[in-house]
Write a protein that binds this ligand. Structure first.
Ligand code: ZN
Length: 447
């Protein structure tokens, strides 16, 4: 944008004049105060221009004729009369903006505020764009910190509660989109579009503080998350280097819910469908031993290759070792080394047997060893690491673990956070969307 010298001169003289009235000589201020003064001046100008713009839009709507749009009204399509031009206020990136706009009524008694409708304005509330900024900030940091950021950066004063409302509004909109995606996929018929070749879904959970007593919650609720991804290679890190050859997770998309297993199932399906997992030539699901994970996977992705995350499987061996041997006993470590090698080679029966032998030997650790034997038996199809490695699959859950950290530790568990189920669910969705680089800036968030 460029302004003519005339305009700049006029604005400059205005700014100087106002400074003079406040006893300030702009040229004499330290540079940072000069910037701050100009910023606030231009912000005030921006607010005034916003009022002009919206009033012009209101006039245009008036000239265009305002008619009743109430469904089923016998006056629908008939002109309404302007009953008032009221001054209202909306908070914007320029601060609070006051402007006048028309209110209309038809003979039928129905009322309209065409400008509010056209622009998604709510008098007394935060306006478009700023609301999106607030939602984006609220997905990143606590609402208190978000409000402080906004005050610092934009000189816009909003309460933490306003940041919360915007973030929750974004999250609810995302939940609606997810629900629509789920419905559409359930109702869809005909051959599906081809999907990616190989898609991974890694599933895990993390506990989030919720208010006691809500929906039978006990103070903590598990956020259940899935990270969808594909494998890619890191390029441009030096030709032929190890890094070049090593496959890594790319195009990672996270989705989740604070809800129960059934709710997670729908999230898994809707997000997987959006990702193309249902149409992929191969879909591979990696998770730990949690029963809810595999229940839901079997329901929604029965065709998936199921993999028990390698580090959890090895962790289970160490659990046995700690129960059966002292920490510094080399026999325990030797046992793990042998059984881990068998696990790596896909010798499932050998692994189960090693645990059973230990269980039959009795003594400390017998119970843990017996449990481990059942665990490896139960997951026997998910620990065929020899086959998985041969097929070139990822067998670790690092991708989802880092996402759980980003979503749960990084936002849902920040100091002082305690969620209602509805609020927590919405912010969880906003946080996931923000991790993908999605932005609410262009959306009117108000329902
Ligand atoms: Zn009407």
């Amino acid at each position: 944008m460029e302004f003519t010298t005339d305009v700049i001169t006029q604005v400059w003289e205005q700014l100087q004049e106002q400074a003079r009235q406040q006893g300030i000589v702009l040229e004499d201020l330290p540079a940072s105060e000069q910037m701050s003064y100009l910023y606030r001046g231009l912000q005030a100008l921006g607010g005034a221009l916003t009022a002009r713009l919206w009033e012009a839009k209101d006039q245009a709507l008036h000239r265009g004729g305002v008619v009743c749009q109430q469904e089923g009204c016998d006056q629908a399509g008939r002109p309404m009369r302007r009953t008032a031009r009221r001054t209202v206020q909306v908070t914007t990136v320029f601060g609070k903006v006051k402007f006048r706009r028309g209110e209309y009524q038809g003979r039928c008694g129905h009322r309209r505020r065409p400008l509010d409708e056209a622009l998604g304005l709510r008098p007394g509330q935060v306006g478009p764009y700023l609301e999106g900024l607030l939602a984006e900030v609220g997905a990143q940091v606590s609402f208190e910190r978000g409000a402080r950021w906004l005050a610092r950066w934009f000189h816009v004063e909003v309460s933490p509660n306003t940041v919360r409302r915007a973030t929750v509004a974004w999250g609810k909109r995302l939940a609606q989109e997810e629900q629509a995606q789920y419905q559409a996929s359930v109702e869809r018929s005909g051959p599906p579009a081809p999907g990616p070749k190989r898609v991974y879904g890694a599933i895990d959970g993390g506990f989030v503080p919720v208010r006691k007593g809500e929906n039978g919650a006990e103070g903590w609720r598990e956020a259940k998350l899935v990270a969808w991804f594909q494998e890619g290679r890191r390029y441009g890190q030096g030709k032929g280097s190890q890094e070049d050859a090593k496959p890594r997770a790319v195009a990672v998309k996270v989705a989740g819910t604070l809800g129960a297993k059934e709710a997670f199932g729908k999230v898994l399906w809707a997000s997987g469908e959006a990702y193309g997992a249902d149409r992929a030539e191969e879909v591979i699901i990696v998770g730990d031993g949690a029963a809810w994970i595999w229940d839901v996977v079997t329901t929604y992705f029965p065709q998936a290759v199921e993999i028990l995350d390698w580090s959890h499987a090895v962790g289970r061996l160490h659990q046995v070792r700690r129960a059966a041997w002292r920490e510094d006993d080399p026999a325990g470590w030797a046992w793990v080394e042998v059984v881990e090698a068998a696990l790596w080679d896909g010798e499932v029966e050998g692994v189960v047997q090693a645990c059973e032998v230990l269980a039959q030997r009795g003594g400390t650790g017998a119970e843990e060893a017996a449990k481990a034997a059942r665990y490896f038996e139960r997951h026997s199809q998910r620990i065929r690491y020899d086959r998985f490695r041969e097929a070139g699959y990822f067998i670790g859950s690092g991708v989802i673990e880092s996402r759980v950290k980003q979503v749960v530790t990084g936002r849902m568990k920040v100091a002082g956070a305690q969620w209602t189920m509805a609020g927590g669910e919405a912010v969880l969705k906003a946080r996931c969307a923000w991790l993908h680089g999605d932005s609410p800036l262009r959306l009117p968030l108000a329902a």
